[in-house]
Design a protein around this ligand. Structure first.
Ligand code: ZN
Length: 571
């Protein structure tokens, strides 16, 4: 989620109390603020087997306390552990394999907790670190566009707490390996909250323990969670639940946690779960986490694809397409983001391009071509073409997400979606489906239980397209992914013919076929070598690409965007 220019949610932030942190406080070090990018060679030695994460959340004090037990297998000999953790959460104790270390054995000046091991761990050996910490976690300025805790209140004054961590990373509130491939094999969560509050979270509920004073501890287990997918949600939630009989034979538990007093709206949103799931399972493949749950929780921020506990804060907005785009978008990330994960944030478009394309694709599924075209057209006007979507080098999340950091920004959403729309035309529906399925599951016959989450790069994706089609579409990805500017179609009508010529950035080859309608009859031009020619009688009306199947430069859209931006500035 986190579409850069989206309208901000009306979050009921708790501000002003002198002893409580304000938005953006306490400040983050550059080390904690960054997520992903080149991996520290010492961290690359760690295979992250399991995380046992114990949290207590204190909404009134806006503090947390945690005990994290992290289990690793060494890929190479280890003398120390480097673990990402915000220094605003001071560590009070560390134990290695159950044995407490003296305080001099660890330090965390900048947000990279360095633990000197009592003895070397050989390659293939295992080590576990129990880290006890507590403090005031970073408060989001405006989640989910900026990360951290959201300490809100419900309309009737109860604590309502949420977290987001996609941009700054998991180290905002738990000790972790803060890069995409740092996801643990399994995470077990034990979340203790004040009496009367609930803590829906990732994966499967193992049970709820009630303590003598009425506090409750919510125990969850999630397999292969994304690092930023672990989320805390605390509130006086009501719960809707049901089960979904999948076309793949399994039964998937469905849950929605929402604020009291919203039963009618909550039931309407919950009623979207099953048909939306059927769309994804039909068009993409099995819901990846069916043995855990499909979970959604209402949050005081707009939304985020927290694995099996999607954040929903769209306020039950209505739209002409007849479904809640935000719920649908976050659910799409269970396939594109949580099952298929970008190996590096440089390949972020794999998450957002696909998850954004899924809204018009669902419109097509539900209502047909007109809805699809309408929704895509809205996305087309948001493409900026300022930077290439992919740089080819390892990047942090914010280096991709933020235009002011040199990233492509929102193009990973809308240009990514339009690139996929164009690819589907280029290679055909069947090949597009096969490519998507191979990219998501790593196999063409996914069934519940025969796949696990996987990391994919842009190069991997391109190789899958080659494998499925038997053709090299390097020219397609070189232009759409690796160039900022769009290909421009030049046309000239002369001597009874229409001559077409692709002008791709840098003069690159771009043999993109095109449909052309001449006097009401549509033909497909191969555009071999980037040029095409078709006989056109004098006076015949011509429409190029009448169904808008190819993403290309549009002078009209550019003029519209410039005018729109000027209007906004003048306001
Ligand atoms: Zn998204």
């Amino acid at each position: 989620m986190r579409i850069p220019t989206a309208v901000l949610p009306a979050a009921a932030l708790l501000l002003g109390a002198a002893d409580l942190p304000g938005p953006g406080e306490p400040a983050l070090t550059p080390q904690t603020a960054r997520s992903g990018g080149p991996i520290d060679p010492e961290q690359a030695k760690l295979s992250f087997d399991a995380a046992d994460l114990r949290f207590e959340v204190f909404p009134e004090a806006e503090r947390i306390a945690g005990v994290a037990t992290l289990s690793f297998t060494a890929r190479a000999p280890l003398d120390r552990l480097l673990i990402d953790l915000d220094r605003n959460l001071p560590v009070s104790a560390v134990a290695i394999d159950g044995v407490a270390l003296p305080a001099r054995a660890w330090s965390n000046p900048e947000g990279k907790l360095t633990i000197t091991l009592p003895h070397r761990v050989a390659a293939g050996g295992r080590v576990s670190a129990r880290i006890t910490y507590a403090g005031t976690p970073h408060v989001a300025v405006k989640a989910p566009w900026d990360d951290g805790f959201v300490w809100a209140k419900t309309p009737d004054g109860h604590p309502w707490v949420a977290t987001t961590a996609e941009g700054n990373g998991c180290d905002l509130f738990w000790p972790c390996l803060d890069f995409p491939t740092g996801r643990p094999g399994v995470a077990t969560l034990h979340i203790t909250v004040p009496a009367g509050l609930k803590a829906p979270s990732n994966g499967k509920l193992l049970g709820v323990d009630t303590l003598a004073d009425g506090r409750t501890t919510w125990n969850w287990r999630v397999k292969h969670p994304t690092t930023y997918g672990i989320a805390l949600n605390v509130g006086p939630y009501e719960q809707l639940s049901g089960s979904y009989k999948s076309r793949f034979g399994n039964t998937i538990p469905l849950f929605y946690w929402y604020l009291p007093g919203e039963d009618t709206q909550a039931r309407a949103l919950f009623a979207e779960f099953a048909p939306t799931l059927d769309f994804f399972e039909s068009e993409i493949g099995p819901y990846p986490f069916g043995d855990e749950k499909l979970g959604v929780v209402e949050t005081p921020h707009k939304g985020m694809e927290h694995q099996t506990i999607n954040a929903y804060g769209n306020g039950y907005a209505k739209a002409p397409e007849g479904f809640d785009w935000l719920f649908q978008h976050e659910l799409a990330h269970e396939w594109f983001g949580n099952q298929l994960s970008a190996r590096d944030w440089d390949d972020f478009w794999l998450h957002e391009g696909y998850a954004t394309y899924m809204q018009p694709f669902y419109g097509l599924w539900r209502e047909g071509d007109a809805r699809y075209a309408t929704m895509l057209d809205d996305q087309r006007n948001k493409i900026t073409n300022l930077r290439p979507m992919v740089s080819g080098a390892s990047r942090t999340e914010e280096d991709v997400y933020r235009i002011d950091r040199g990233g492509p920004g929102q193009d990973i959403y809308y240009k990514g979606a339009w690139m996929l729309h164009t690819l589907r035309w280029l290679i055909g529906d069947r090949a597009f489906r096969d490519v998507t399925r191979l990219a998501v599951y790593g196999r063409s016959d996914p069934k519940p239980g025969n796949f696990t989450p996987r990391f994919v790069t842009s190069a991997d994706y391109q190789a899958i397209v080659t494998r499925v089609t038997g053709k090299d579409y390097g020219w397609f990805f070189d232009v759409y992914l690796r160039q900022a500017a769009l290909p421009d179609l030049l046309s000239e009508r002369r001597d009874g013919a229409l001559n077409l010529h692709w002008a791709a950035p840098g003069g690159r080859p771009f043999p993109m076929p095109l449909a052309v309608r001449v006097a009401g009859r549509t033909v497909r031009l191969a555009m071999a070598n980037g040029t095409g020619r078709i006989a056109v009688a004098a006076g015949a009306h011509v429409v190029i690409d009448p169904d808008a199947r190819v993403l290309r430069r549009s002078a009209a859209v550019e003029a519209y965007q410039a005018w729109r931006d000027a209007q906004r500035k003048a306001q």
